[in-house]
Ligand binder design. Sequence first.
Ligand SMILES: N[C@@H](CCC(=O)N[C@@H](CS)C(=O)NCC(=O)O)C(=O)O
Length: 337
Amino acid sequence: MKLTKVLLAAAAATTLSTAAVAGTLDDVRGKGFVQCGVSQGLAGFSNPDEQGNWTGIDVDVCRAVAAAVLGDAGKVKFTPLSAKERFTALQSGEVDVLSRNTTWTLVRDSALGLNFAGVNYYDGQGFMVRKDLGVKSALELDGASVCVNIGTTTELNLSDYFRANSMKFNPVVFEKADEVVAAYDSGRCDVYTTDQSGLAAQRIKLKEPNAHMILPEVISKEPLGPVVRHGDDKWLDTVKWTLYAMVEAEELGVTSKNVDQMKGSSSPNVRRLLGVEGDGGKNLGLSVDWAYNVVKQVGNYGESFERHVGVKTSLGLERGQNALWKDGGLQYAMPVR
Ligand SMILES: N[C@@H](CCC(=O)N[C@@H](CS)C(=O)NCC(=O)O)C(=O)O
């Protein structure tokens, strides 16, 4: 009897919470902005300047969603979240979307009640050490102390990797990324481990970036992407197709600079993407120029990548796995038709 009551209460709670968050697309339209969960500051991904203006490829995903839904990429509010806080903030409805270098895993995509809308950066976990440690491979790290963020896949992969290679390590864990970096920089640990893009971003903050090196081993797959709540298919579609629109635009050669001329293109794919032909916007419950607004205001995927993390930025990352599929990479948009 008691158990039945508990189960009924749980079922009611689930129904209620699903109902409360079932219409994020409508909620966002109603309030006039997207509440976007981001990191507490990770260069190239989501980083505030002194005036509190956020930039980065994860920020661009939220700006692109605002452009698609509201016609204005500026209509985004940001909630900085630690790795540990991020999923609760999304589950509770504090944010509409989480766009925060978050790895797509089975547990997060199922048991946590969340859906990943795609991958905006394919990454993998690596290790950084001081050059004067004299180590050339991660396999020489037996007995090392390792600085790591709590609540991340990084922690789990770290322990898998050492166990699989019969090595021991001493974890030095913190909730805030800045604490992890400061601890590593002050010599409290021999090794700093996180996603490779994170190593590139955090290295800039070290007192002597050139005194450190990234070891060759990449020990995991870290497909990073935006996340929404289960039970909200329209919103999932919105975020998913916004990402695809950015990738498709790059593939079709549509950029923020030429998007107006491209509206006059004779290519059926370009015309459909930009709403000159077809019902793409209508089918998503968006305006006819949803993808035009994304490209015009935020840019295509390649533009966003080069602006924030590419070879000309302080992170200096190559496209690598994040090149378009036709250039040997993994970025591939489903057909916009
Ligand atoms: N991709 C991993 C790691 C994500 C993560 O939180 N990494 C740290 C270290 S780079 C971070 O983003 N810190 C930035 C912050 O907390 O502001 C995951 O999803 O668990």
